[in-house]
Design a protein. Structure first.
Length: 448
């Protein structure tokens, strides 16, 4: 029996996302909004693609809005859509263009059908605005109360709410958070057969419990997160049956004729199963990060460069055969990369930092898995296997991931000095609070 995950409430940077359940008529209208927003975005991309150095600057947001009005008069299809949705697509493009120069992002690119399905809506409800001290915000010129925009949202019951979408009326969504979101804009997205609404509101951070507890977290592939208190947490994956279904649909898609509806349908089934796995991973990261932020005052993660760890292997040219390449284990490395990305290391660290700002630290990874958490002796031979750690100095035995997490909780593994002749390990630089025992061989005693 396939597992169906409940609707998720996810945090997308400064947004809270909910699962939408539109009627067939509403879904058809929202797909039309997606097409209009994508079309207007691509027109803006095409305009700016004709610019070159020395030429007059491309039109900005205000000029593009004026041109949009003219285009709506000339095109019945474009005029049948909502002007607010189309104008917000231009505003998104202006923000993306500004981010290229201010935040270091790349040039805005084309949006494609079935891949970039979504649109943004600005609230049409008017509410009074107030200053941080609680006083009313007044316009300096007119002396009147400043009225801001707000999204029109209604709560139906404890589980359900609805939001007003232009041209669609009230659309239901699953309310998985306490209270209704208070936002000025929201974004509707469609992917893998699921509709989601994301409200542009920054969630409140979680207060520290005040117990002074510090937790260290070591991330791995076999064990997703090993905690210094002895707990081990594993990110949920697809079941054996679901993986078999993915292989079955991929096999059928590979045998189907090129560009046929059957091939598209089989790949859509694969995408749906993979989206289910991503939903489980995100849900686990949200719950785990919330639990960490509520339980501990200081959270320390092992610092990992995930981008470099999951980089593909570079090809090795064959010196004897020009144009040919040597075996470089690319298939095995690709499997390892998939296993690493399936654990959600980066998402767990990022969401914990969002919920506990100022209470999350990154500890350098070197020697955290080779150092004994009991006597601080560093020796690569102490790591007997992936799961077993036996210190070659004091005989301390522990799970290897738990031992590393304890070192991460301390703050940083001490940097060793070069080994001496006849020693079985390396000596730490800093004095430890634990008494250093005698080395079994009688030599190589750590000098403090």
């Amino acid at each position: 029996m396939n597992l169906i995950m409940p609707p998720l409430c996810l945090y997308c940077g400064g947004m809270s996302r909910f699962r939408m359940y539109p009627t067939p008529q509403q879904a058809e209208q929202m797909l039309l909004h997606c097409a209009h927003a994508r079309y207007v975005w691509n027109l803006a991309v095409e305009q700016h693609s004709h610019w070159y150095w020395g030429r007059k600057s491309a039109p900005g947001f205000a000029e593009q809005c004026r041109q949009l009005t003219e285009a709506r008069r000339a095109s019945d299809w474009l005029c049948s859509g909502n002007q607010t949705v189309q104008a917000q697509a231009l505003k998104d493009f202006a923000a993306a263009k500004s981010a290229k120069f201010n935040a270091g992002f790349g040039e805005p690119t084309w949006r494609k059908k079935f891949r970039h399905e979504g649109f943004r809506v600005i609230g049409d409800d008017r509410v009074p605005e107030f200053n941080p001290d609680g006083t009313a915000k007044v316009n300096a010129k007119t002396g009147k109360q400043v009225m801001g925009r707000s999204v029109v949202v209604q709560k139906l019951n404890r589980r359900w709410a609805q939001v007003k979408v232009p041209g669609c009326g009230w659309v239901k969504f699953r309310n998985t958070r306490q209270g209704l979101p208070d936002a000025k804009t929201f974004r509707v997205t469609f992917r893998n057969g699921q509709w989601h609404v994301a409200f542009a509101v920054v969630p409140e951070s979680i207060d520290a419990p005040g117990t002074g507890e510090v937790i260290g977290i070591d991330r791995g592939v076999t064990i997703t997160a090993a905690l210094s208190d002895g707990r081990t947490l594993n990110c949920p994956q697809l079941t054996v049956k679901e993986r078999a279904q993915i292989r079955k649909h991929q096999r059928r898609a590979s045998r189907a004729p090129k560009n046929s509806p059957h091939k598209t349908a089989e790949y859509a089934k694969v995408a749906k199963l993979k989206a289910r796995e991503a939903d489980r991973r995100k849900d686990w990261c949200e719950k785990t990060s919330t639990d960490l932020a509520r339980t501990y005052d200081l959270i320390r993660f092992e610092k990992l460069n995930i981008k470099n760890m999951t980089a593909s292997v570079k090809p090795k040219p064959d010196p004897e055969q020009p144009g040919q390449f040597l075996k470089n284990g690319r298939a095995a490395k690709a499997g390892l990369n998939r296993s690493i990305l399936a654990q959600g290391w980066g998402l767990l660290r990022r969401r914990t930092g969002h919920k506990a700002p100022g209470r999350v630290e990154d500890v350098p990874a070197p020697y955290t898995s080779l150092q004994c958490s009991d006597c601080k002796w560093i020796d690569k031979n102490s790591r007997k296997s992936q799961a077993k750690f036996v210190c070659s100095n004091c005989g301390f035995t522990c799970n290897a991931d738990t031992n590393a997490s304890i070192n991460v909780a301390v703050g940083q593994a001490v940097r060793p000095r070069p080994k001496r002749a006849g020693t079985g390990g390396t000596t730490p630089r800093k004095r430890s609070s634990v008494r250093e025992p005698q080395h079994p061989t009688g030599v190589g005693i750590p000098r403090l």
